[in-house]
Each structure stands twice: as C-alpha cells, then as structure tokens.
Design a protein around this ligand. Sequence first.
Ligand SMILES: Cc1cc2nc3c(=O)[nH]c(=O)nc-3n(C[C@H](O)[C@H](O)[C@H](O)COP(=O)(O)OP(=O)(O)OC[C@H]3O[C@@H](n4cnc5c(N)ncnc54)[C@H](O)[C@@H]3O)c2cc1C
Length: 595
Amino acid sequence: MTYQPPVRDHAFILGEVLKIDRYANLPGFAEASMDVVGQILEEAGKFTAEVLAPLNSVGDKEGCTWKPDNTVSTPTGFKDAYKALVEGGWPALGATPDYGGQGLPAVVNLSFSEMSSSANMAFSMYPGLTHGAYSAILNGGSPEQKDLYLPKLASGQWCGTMNLTEPHCGTDLGLLRTKAVPQGDGTYRISGQKIWISGGEHDMAENIIHLVLARIEGAPAGTRGISLFIVPKFIPDAAGEPGERNSVFCAGLEEKMGIHGNATCVIQHEESLGWLVGEENRGLALMFVMMNEARIGVGLQGVAQAEAAYQAAAAFAKDRLQGRSLTGPKNPDGPADPIIVHPDVRRMLMDSRALIEGGRAFLFWTALHGDLAHASEDEAVRQKADDYMALLTPVVKGYLTDRGFKVCSDALQVHGGSGFTEHFPASQYVRDCRITLIYEGANGVQALDLVGRKLAANGGRAVMTFFAEVDAYIEAREKDAALKPWLDGLADAKAQLQEATMWLMQNGLANPDNAGAASSDYMHLFGLTGLAYMWALMAEAAQAKIAAGDADPFYAAKLAVGRYFLERVLPETGAHLAKLKTGAETLMALPAEAF
Ligand SMILES: Cc1cc2nc3c(=O)[nH]c(=O)nc-3n(C[C@H](O)[C@H](O)[C@H](O)COP(=O)(O)OP(=O)(O)OC[C@H]3O[C@@H](n4cnc5c(N)ncnc54)[C@H](O)[C@@H]3O)c2cc1C
C-alpha cells in the first residue's frame, strides 16, 4: 500500500469550507482560483506520491552518513528528488514574487507541505526549514541580505537551518552560550556548539544558510541578550555565488528513533563568520518568526503522519483475515472475515479519521488567518487574524501532534504483530511522528505558552473574539435542523472552554502552579473545541451539496465521520474540564524526593 494523496479532501476544505475564492481581491489569492488550486493539488499529489513516497522507507533504512571530512550524504535517491523538487518550482510556491516566488497563499502551500510530509517526513524537513529561514530574513533582514539570500532560499537552490539548541540549553533559551565577537566591519565571529540541528549538513544543495542565535560579547544574560546571525556554509562572493568555505562544521550525526533520512547534526561554530540580522539583542523576537512558522509546520507533520499511517492501517484492515464478524460471516467463502468487520478495529480507524479530517480543517483554517494577517486591506481583519495566529499556534502544534501520534500508534495496533515488525510501514510512522511532540517547543511548553501568555495577551482579546465568532456562527444557524447536532456539540464544547478559561483567570494568578497543572488539559479542550467548529463548518458544506442533489459519496462519508466525532470524540471535553479544575494540589503533593 503506497500513500494516496488526499487531493479530494484538500480541495473540499480549500474550496467548499474555507471558500478561498472569496478572497480573490487580495494579493496572492487573485492567482489562486479553485481551478488553478485544483490543478496544483493534482500535480502536488503526483509529485509527492511518485517521487517522495518511494524514498520514505529507503531513508528510514539507510539514514544519513557522516564522513570524517565533516560532510554528510543523504540516503539513496534524496539528491535526485531534491533536484526534481527545485526544478518543479515547489519550494517557490508560497514565496513572494519580489524574490522569485510564485506568491500563492500560505494555505495553498500548506497543502503541498502536508502531502510531502505524509509521503516522506524526513525529506520534507529540508525544504520546510529552508522556507522558515527565508521567512526570518524576509521579516528581519536588511535590503542587501534580502537581495543576496532570498531568491536562492525561495527557489530551494540553497537550504536553510535554525541553530538554537545547545547541550545545556533546550527549552530555556536564556541559557544560551554561543558567543559572537564583533569584527569592527559589521561582521561577527561566532563560536560555540549547537546540537540536534536538522539539515545542518547534507549534499542536496550548493549552500546551507544557518540562522544562528548567539550572545554578543558583553550582552545581558538571559533572553534579552540574544542576537540572530546569518552564517552561510559557503560565504557568497561578489557575484552572490558560493565562495570561501566558512568555519561552521558538522561534527557528527545523532543516532535517533526516527526521521533517519533527515541529518540531525552537531554543528560546531569555530569562529564562523556571521552577519547580524536586525538589531543586537533582538534576535529571539526575529527567530520567533521562524519558530512560529515551524510550529504550524510541526502541527502539520502530526496530521500528515496520521494520514499516512491511517491509510496503511485501513488497507491492512481490509486485507487481513482473522475471526468472524459478531453479526455473522461477511466473507463466508473465506477462512475468516477481514478485521475491518470488528467494531474495535473500526473504533481505531474512525477515531483516526475524525482527528485527521477535523485536524486538517483546523490547520488550514488557522493558516488562512496567517494569510489574512498579511494580505487583508482591512485593519480589523488583520488584527483579528494576527490575534488568532498567536492564540492558536500552540494549539495547532500541541494538540495536533499529541493526537496525530495517537493515530500512528492506533494504526500500528490495527496491524497487530505485523505493525511491530519492519515488514510494514506502521512502525516507521510511529517512530517518525514521535519527535513532533518534542521539537519546536515540547507540547507541555506549548500548553504553558497558551495559558501563560497567549490567553492573557491584550486583555484576552483573542480568546474573546473566538468565543464571539463561535456564538455568532451558532446563532445564525439556529433554524437549521439538519445542522443541530453539530451546533449543539459546538455550543457545549465552547461553554466548557469558556468555563475553563474563567477557572484559569480565577485560579491561575492566585497560584501559578494551577495554570501549569491545567495547561495540557486546557490545550486539548481548546483543540477539541476548534475541531467541533471545523466539523460544523464541514457538515454544513456537505449538507448543502447533498441538498443540491450532489450524489458524490464523499459528502455522505464526511457526515458519517462528523457524527462519529460528535458522539465518540467530543465527549472528551468533559474529562479535560473536570481534570483541569482540580488544580495543582494532588499533582504537586509529593516532594521531589518521593519520585
Ligand atoms: C530530531 C531532532 C531535531 C531537532 N531539530 C532542531 C533544529 O533544527 N534546531 C534546533 O535549534 N533545535 C532542534 N532540536 C531541539 C529541540 O527543539 C529540543 O529538543 C526541544 O526544544 C526541547 O528541548 P530539550 O530537548 O533540551 O528538552 P528540555 O528543555 O530538557 O525539556 C525536557 C522536558 O521537560 C519539559 N519542560 C522543560 N521546561 C519546561 C517548563 N518550563 N514547563 C513545563 N515543562 C517543561 C518539556 O516538556 C520536555 O518534555 C531538535 C531535536 C531533535 C530530537
């Protein structure tokens, strides 16, 4: 069973649920009519299924290879696939035409990213981080830096990385020690060790542009003394072509649980030559542009791995013959029925679909706000979109990866013992997906960011706007009897989220451990409410088509999965609310020595 890109579902979300055609007056969207987007989705599906998916298992088995001359070779086929990716213009899809990009909305680009991540997560991280580096320079770089680096990053001719983590400094970036010494000519010499740098060295692009966080000599301690630098592997010459080799080296690769095709590097800066991006000591704010984009990208990886794992599980469940249906044989001529007849196998497959289809819509809906935050001509729309992006990024990252991993684990369970062997792809999806809960800020830290910073920002404006939007949506459809179950489910989830928000306001300030103790359940409650909203939107779109006489079974299936979500997934909100309201007391009761 090979990966089948869910082109139909992407087109449904973009065209019929989000209705991106209605933004045709905005830059980028004018070129993204659904006719054009439909063709892009078809081509994206072909490219990812035919070029990237066949290399997924190759990358897993071979991994990357480090050589004593500090070079790294990628698995067989990766180099050619990367060349095809660049020649196909895929990295440029969402980049601005000012620097050679195609200028399509980020939400359209996201479609391609999800498909490529499902097809081959390890491979897709190279262009993913490159786009992040592009965005950071676009946002904070000087005009000269933009002219020099952006066209080559936009096209994918050069790759990018993010260098944050150090051996003693993971979540807590204030501990960062990498040092930058000014040379008096606007350049800096950077020294220190970075670890676990994805795509830090490889053989697929002619240059690698590292975006490095470092502390300029004499800068304040903590996060207020961190600056951002561009450190190219090959220093561009006067013509902007790769010139002298910079003293930034890959000292080795990590042996790791998954994503073997992605080079996870120890990067040694030995007085490497760097250029400051933006102002001194303001690096973290600039790096957050890249980190926020990457967090959405990691939430996407959760959905993408879930989709691929689910597909493998569904195919296996239709093929594997074990036992008989509880209601009598469904395959009477065979020795047994396919395991898809068993309700408990269905439970895992339906849980998966409810999460994948709802999660994909939530991801795309959030990303659309990223586009509107830039492109809308209306100040109020831009502000709301900006607020939503800030509020929802930790939910997209944390909730969709927690649940995406559960889908991968269930997909392995559907495979039984075969899933635990390497003859089937289920184990790779579990191993690859597991990192998504950790990097780009571990999920516990995302939850803390949500309750500690994002909720309270601007006096709670973002979350109150979200509540008002949901209320208005429900109110406007009160008379729609067919939609009632979805509206009731959404209203109930939203009421519980509101109650949890009130509880946090009353109890989180009095004792910050209450906020920490509630954070993960709150993030899940938010995720479930977000999905309830998406399922209402999707049910509404599907019902409209059916009412208009469209007999495409896609719509009936959509409603069936939506009903399953309401009955068997959404009730989890109650457990999250009950748990979070118990606060920190029992959670913090034992002294550290008791563990
Ligand atoms: C395969 C891989 C690729 C990576 N790629 C990159 C990359 O390209 N660039 C880069 O810079 N880094 C990269 N990283 C590093 C990654 O971002 C970090 O691992 C991550 O940020 C967590 O830091 P840590 O591992 O040091 O965990 P720690 O900070 O030691 O945290 C350990 C655990 O404690 C919890 N925790 C810590 N602090 C808090 C807190 N304040 N509140 C609540 N819980 C807390 C966390 O939830 C976490 O689960 C990569 C890591 C891996 C494994």
